[in-house]
Write a protein that binds this ligand. Structure first.
Ligand code: AGP
Length: 613
């Protein structure tokens, strides 16, 4: 969480930084700030609680011309979100300024020691402690700016992506990273530093992803990369493939809506080039690499958080159905602290849209330390998880900006489906003929998703009915169960309506007590394995006056006798149900949230990428 952006070059820095902060706002948005080093060597700082637009308001009309500067958008960890705790933070002499994404875990002991040595602090943040430490090292050791940063960082425990400016060295911009993302954009005699590449895409696509324990020193137009142990590294420059349009709203009112509507394309992109109908094969380099291991594997462990964990649950059904491999699905945050039993025979799949989720990264580290093979299923190219895993598959959903995950989820499920089918084929638990049938069915998915999106006007009407609900229940069986969980998460995170997802049969063991005429109950009731059982569950809800919204299979007229509202989706293979049935639930949450006046793309208290545990 928290977004950082910095610039050094020949352009006016403040518009670049403000635009960059707007693009990074998905990472946190409770306050923001900017620091600029003017040609007169003045360090100007503005910061404000609230959105970047509020910061923009207070700097409007001010002469802020500078060729070097940095900005920050915050998701509070230490200290409430107010003007004082907003970044940038200054050192005691106010000659150094810092922005920071991450957590300095030993900040209490550092602060205590610095306080004893006469330092006083203005904010409650861990970040201010770090800039005081850097200044102290600078003053006490007769070293240069970059050396002071390096030496100070050797005393720091925790995670950080930091950028520092010094009034004494106005030609310098220094960045450092450990555990939080940082990418350097290399332009024509100019450099950018940011949490991701979106702030500078219109200026350059040439980037260097800073690695953990590295420091980037930009002196004028020259970039040097060093490790914290003072070893000089050769920057590895990559060219990005994302374009500007993919990170803009493209005429939609919200990113979330745009991303929901992108799913015919994003699902296609996640299987394009990997499926070969003619010879009934799947090519996934990361899976093929482990062919021998996977043929004999005893179990798979899937780890993730939030929506990615839900995708993992779908994966459990897929791997067990097709590849006949037992699967355990774990919350990364629990797994990492649970002393799990695993060894080199295990295959762990880590799922993450951002590739930066702190708990998932720590769980990967633990699994690797026990000798397991770790496979990443990630969306953001070049993020930490693909770098820390043994192999992996990108989901190719394209940038997802809305905090609520939509297209990333369906792309994750698509990638897991491909993996399950590929392993099943290698193990011989799936015949070529059946695999071919499934691949043919996959080809029809983009069109079926398009058709599912046509239910949008009906869903808007249903949303109008239920927008004032206080609670909602989502039920499903089999593949419908993770969909119910995902539907409930979408509703609560963007509309602030309390919602729970349950396996439909579990309703009788508690949640049924909540059902009355006020309670909307969304049921995944498609014509698959458990159809009759689900109809019985709907009747149990109806007998208690609950109001049922059913997601049903096109052509099923019977369901109308049981449910109050029916949203039809096209007929599909049961294993592909999550790819269609999730979409109406995304739309339902979206419309309810809009009707309730909620900030759909940036719901309160949330951040897109959770880089703190
Ligand atoms: C989904 O809508 C959420 N915003 C959240 O649960 C998210 O899926 C979770 O934080 C995991 O993120 P990741 O996929 O980037 O690891």
């Amino acid at each position: 969480m928290c977004g950082i952006v910095a610039y050094i070059g020949h352009r006016d820095a403040s518009p670049i930084i403000i635009n960059g902060l707007k693009r990074l706002e998905y990472r946190g948005y409770d306050s923001s700030g900017i620091a600029l080093l003017t040609p007169e060597k003045e360090l100007i700082i503005y910061k404000k609680s609230g959105k970047v637009s509020e910061l923009e308001e207070i700097i409007k009309g001010k002469n802020l011309y500078a060729n070097t500067g940095m900005g920050h958008t915050r998701w509070a960890t230490h200290g409430e979100p107010n003007d004082l705790n907003a970044h940038p933070h200054l050192s005691g002499s106010e000659e150094f300024a810092i922005i920071h994404n991450g957590i300095i875990e030993n900040y209490v002991s550092l602060k205590l020691a610095l306080t004893k040595r006469g330092h006083t602090f203005k904010s409650e943040t861990d970040t201010e402690v770090l800039i005081h430490l850097i200044e102290e090292v600078y003053k006490n050791n007769d070293v240069g700016f970059e050396e002071a940063v390096r030496m100070a960082l050797t005393q720091v425990i925790g995670a950080y992506a930091i950028v520092i400016l010094s009034k004494k060295d106005p030609n310098y911009l220094i960045g450092a990273k450990k555990g939080s993302p940082m990418v350097i954009g290399i332009g024509d005699n100019e450099h950018f530093i940011a949490s991701d590449a979106t702030p500078f895409l219109e200026y350059t696509k040439n980037v260097v992803y800073l690695q953990d324990g590295e420091i980037a020193i930009i002196n004028g137009t020259e970039l040097t990369i060093k490790t914290i142990d003072n070893t000089v590294k050769t920057p590895y420059i990559q060219e990005l493939e994302i374009n500007l349009e993919s990170i803009e709203k493209g005429g939609y009112e919200h990113f979330m809506l745009k991303e929901i509507y992108e799913q015919p394309r994003s699902i296609l992109d996640s299987f394009r080039g990997r499926t070969h109908i003619k010879d009934a094969t799947i090519s996934m380099a990361g899976v093929d690499m482990f062919e021998d291991k996977l043929k004999n594997i005893k179990r798979i462990i899937i780890i993730g958080c939030g929506t990615s964990w839900h995708a993992g649950l779908v994966g459990e059904y897929l791997f067990e159905d097709f590849a006949r491999i037992p699967v355990e699905v774990e919350y990364a945050s629990e797994f990492r602290y649970r002393n799990p039993i695993l060894d080199e025979t295990d295959f762990v799949i880590a799922i993450s849209q951002s590739g930066e989720t702190a708990d998932t990264l720590a769980a990967i580290e633990l699994a690797k330390s026990k000798g397991a093979t770790v496979f990443g299923v990630c969306n953001v190219v070049g993020s930490s998880i693909p770098r820390f895993t043994d192999a992996g598959a990108y989901t190719h959903a394209g940038p997802e900006i809305g905090v609520a995950s939509t297209k990333a989820f369906t792309a994750q499920v698509t990638a897991l489906l491909l993996m399950a089918l590929s392993i099943a084929q290698k193990k011989g638990t799936l015949t070529s003929q059946r695999l071919r049938e499934l691949l043919i069915e996959m080809e029809t998915l983009p069109a079926k998703v398009e058709k599912t999106l046509l239910t949008d006007p009906l869903i808007k009407q249903i949303a109008e009915e239920f927008k004032d609900s206080k609670n909602a229940l989502y039920l499903g069986r089999g593949y419908g169960f993770p969909i119910a969980l995902e539907g409930a998460l979408k509703l609560k995170e963007i509309s602030y309506i309390h919602a729970e997802g349950y396996p439909a049969a579990e309703m009788k063991h508690g949640p049924i007590a909540l059902i009355d005429e006020e309670m909307p109950v969304v049921v995944i009731a498609t014509k698959h394995s458990y159809y009759e059982k689900v109809i019985s569950n709907i009747q149990e809800v109806k007998a208690r006056k609950g109001r049922v919204i059913a997601i049903a299979t096109e052509g099923d007229l019977e369901i109308k006798n049981h449910a109050d509202y029916v949203i039809y989706i096209p007929q599909c293979e049961e294993s592909m149900l999550p790819l269609l049935a999730t979409i109406p639930l995304q739309l339902l949450s979206y419309h309810i949230a809009v009707m309730r006046g909620c900030n759909v793309d940036q719901p309160r208290n949330l951040a897109k990428s959770v880089t703190v545990e």
